[in-house]
Design a protein around this ligand. Structure first.
Ligand SMILES: [Zn+2]
Length: 276
């Protein structure tokens, strides 16, 4: 049946998160924990993990549309704060201009501000994208709210590399394309993977450029750094029985139905429009 539709009720656990984080970063037990909502009375609280280039944002955002929850990407929160005249924007622009990493504290401040604003609008549940990135962040999150499920999207490295190297941007309209046509044959019991390219329309064809950091060496280094940093976070959730490993079988047409199946969801609207 249809996607989960639950009544949007303000979640007091989120305002607790805000209070807790604005005073101290602590995951100690606290009497206010009783304010955690029964999962039956709220929407999903999920986390999406996955290395750069895997399409995590795309899948998270599609699921958010299906489930009626906000898609909260910490990268967007940082960009929005930078573009605003908010209290953190100046501090953030200094950090970013110096090429430094944004600290856990700042990310958490931005996230709690976002959750609080959502709560005020009557949002229930969320899918977090790009957070938590460290054990410290995962512990803080675990200390103040219940994460139901952590979906770890995976794609084999050679495919990922090929996909990253196939990325192009139109220098005129700024749209993203991908020239990589992936067709890996299944072997040793592993299923094959096929991903169609995302080709530009004729008026963009002669204007494609490659991002300077989409070289093989840079992409490989990015993947290595990601895997080194993400492994402890994956292990954190695995040991709590919350990690769902999902190997992408291909592009969106192949992966989306399989992902829904793995999550016990059904895209009711898509089926209706397909039947129409
Ligand atoms: Zn164009």
């Amino acid at each position: 049946m249809a996607a989960i539709t639950r009544l949007a009720k303000p979640s007091s656990s989120i305002s607790y998160l805000r209070r807790c984080l604005s005073t101290s970063i602590s995951s100690e037990t606290n009497p206010l924990f009783s304010s955690r909502k029964d999962p039956k009375d709220r929407n999903v609280q999920w986390v999406f993990l996955g290395c750069p280039g895997v399409g995590k944002g795309t899948y998270a955002s599609r699921l958010c549309n299906l489930l009626g929850v906000p898609h909260i990407a910490t990268g967007d929160l940082v960009r929005e704060e930078l573009a605003s005249s908010g209290p953190l924007s100046q501090q953030l622009s200094e950090i970013v201009n110096q090429g430094k990493l944004v600290s856990d504290q700042i990310i958490i401040n931005l996230l709690s501000k976002r959750l609080e604003a959502g709560e005020a609008k009557g949002e229930s549940g969320f899918i977090l994208d790009g957070f938590p990135r460290t054990i410290n962040q995962a512990e803080i999150l675990e200390g103040v709210t219940d994460i139901d499920l952590v979906v770890n999207l995976k794609l084999q490295e050679d495919v990922l590399l090929e996909k990253c190297l196939g990325r192009r941007i139109c220098s005129e309209c700024g749209k993203n394309f991908n020239l990589a046509s992936i067709n890996v044959k299944g072997e040793n019991g592993n299923p094959g993977i096929s991903m169609a390219p995302l080709l530009p329309p004729a008026h963009c064809t002669g204007k494609l450029i490659t991002r300077s950091d989409d070289t093989e060496a840079v992409v490989k280094e990015r993947l290595r750094v990601y895997s080194e940093k993400s492994q402890p976070v994956e292990e954190f959730y695995r040991s709590r029985g919350k990690l769902l490993e999902f190997d992408l079988p291909g592009g969106i047409p192949q992966s989306w139905p399989k992902l829904l199946e793995a999550l016990n969801l059904d895209d009711y609207e898509e089926k209706q429009s397909a039947a129409a």
